[in-house]
Design a protein around this ligand. Structure first.
Ligand SMILES: [Zn+2]
Length: 165
């Protein structure tokens, strides 16, 4: 019985993490808006439905939850104790999809910036990360050259090899 409650609680938490307009996303949006940037959110026409689309800067921003996107070595990335194989597979698929989406977006001329949820969780780190994000968005960049190794934010392995806990 205790396990059932735990599972329900867990899926609720996960739904909250994965859901639209989750808190970390809102923090980033509010900040960028306060800095005068205007953008669209959750654009489904683009690969991966980027959380923030800044057309003027030809830049998309993803705020990735550490669990769902498999943040290696992160304390917020812990596989559930039950159905380990299921979760391992699911997260690996998510990582592969992120990678494919990055490539698709880059091919379409977008700059892709990904930031981890954990980087904006704590107040001190958050301010620095958001400031840096703003600078990266607004700095000039060549949007016409496809450079697959220049996906910003963090690197994603083509073949996910994650040390699951
Ligand atoms: Zn993390």
């Amino acid at each position: 019985m205790a396990d059932v409650i735990t599972s329900e609680q867990r899926s609720r938490n996960m739904a909250a993490i994965k859901g639209k307009d989750t808190k970390p996303e809102m923090i980033v949006r509010k900040y960028l808006f306060s800095r005068g940037l205007r953008f669209r959110v959750n654009n489904r026409k683009l690969a991966g439905s980027p959380d923030i689309v800044l057309k003027k800067y030809k830049t998309v921003v993803f705020v990735d939850g550490c669990f769902w996107h498999g943040h290696e070595g992160c304390k917020y990335f812990r596989l559930p104790k039950s159905n380990v194989d299921f979760w391992r597979h699911k997260i690996a698929m998510n990582i592969a999809r992120d990678y494919a989406n990055n490539v698709d977006l880059k091919l379409a001329g977008w700059r892709v910036i990904r930031i981890w949820e954990c980087d904006i969780r704590t107040k001190t780190k958050r301010d620095e990360v958001l400031k840096h994000l703003y600078e990266r968005i607004t700095e000039s960049h060549n949007i016409n050259v496809y450079q697959p190794n220049e996906i910003e934010g963090y690197s994603i392995a083509a073949e996910p090899l994650i040390p699951f806990k």
